[in-house]
Design a protein around this ligand. Sequence first.
Ligand code: SF4
Length: 439
Amino acid sequence: MKILMLDVYPQVNYRVCKDNNGGFGTGNDLGDTFVSKILKSYLKKSVDFPPLFFVSVMGQLRGNGNEIKYSREISDEKFDLCVLASSIVAHETELAAVSKLKDLGIPTLVVGPFATSVPEPYIKNGGKVVIGEPEFYFFDFKLNKSEIQNLPDKIVFNHFFSLDDLYYPAWDLIFQYKKPKFNLLSKGYTIPIQATRGCPYSCSYYCTYPLQQGKKLRTRNTDEVLKEMLFWEKKLSVRNFQFRDPVFTINRKYTNELCDKIINSNHKFNLVAEFHLKDVDYELALKLKKAGLKIAFVGIESSSSEVLLNAKRTTIANDQQAKKISLLEKVGIKVKAMYIFGLPNDDQTTIINTINYALKLNTFFAQFSVFTPYPGTPAYNDYKDKLNNNNYEKYNQWNLVFKHKNLSSKEIRKFLGVAYSKYYTNLKWFLKHNIKLLT
Ligand code: SF4
């Protein structure tokens, strides 16, 4: 079967990524000040990769003998089937594509965490939605065109197996289209990879990761993870990997084992991963560094313990956070600290305090985003009657989309601008990180 793998994006002046945010996607619309605009433009040029779940589906479909083509637009070329990558950040653009495919007579199967949580609009526009982790569904996909047409609108399946049994994501086919990049890590090409899925932590109140991956931790065999890294190094000369695990260090024994295998392979990789500061000590920081970790993403969210508690975010005390960040920096790992404005109990004072706290931590990267009650999360149930924006593409993690008890959308945008401007023009930031020019 000839299959179009369609991954469409809205035309906006900021980077849109369908992989981040548990596969719902984000759009780096960082604010409206001069500094925000420079950063937006830099990120749009420097970071681009399709969602891992989608490239994994491509791998399964190729593995079972289909001819597939990745594209970000619909052309005149004829296809037997289209598989479309869903997201919240490109939602309206995706719906328009589904309608167009229907007019062209091409059956469309929509995949991904967002369509799994919100399937109805895609179905209404003529698509069918694969509910759940799509790579498991497509692993042994053998249907012909008429069987596809007879599928129910919501395709629910129950054949799950080990992550190690899946074919590799088809990164080589993505390379034929556009090479993925993550220039914050390295100017070379960077491939997303995953060692574990699932996250049991309580911040699932507002976080989208567990929606599709679940709360139970599932791990790949560490030999298999290394084997995949070596495979892409040999086939595509890629040495940069972005681990897309929800919490890379969630199982210390597993993380140590994976790092040891990478270290003992004597291959030099550059890695980026996200994890919890509470997991970090000097021994682990050193091990991660030796394995090639260059950048650690860590969630701080807010400086206020009361705001965090109310949002069901468990973390460590602020002085402990500072110590753990110092540990990572001491061994040579750059830290990207992530903060959220507009959490349910935030007000002007807590946001100003969070900005000042960020300036104090003074990590290499800082990201300030906006609390968003995503469909499917418990937070959505609490806020669905207060939503004031019907356009899902605006749910990009940088807009306040509900009526907040203490803050307006305008105030939040202003705080974003202030935060980015203050942070990235701070003399202490330039001095500590020896910044000359962000190129
Ligand atoms: S730790 Fe919290 S924010 Fe991070 S992936 Fe798990 S639930 Fe989401």
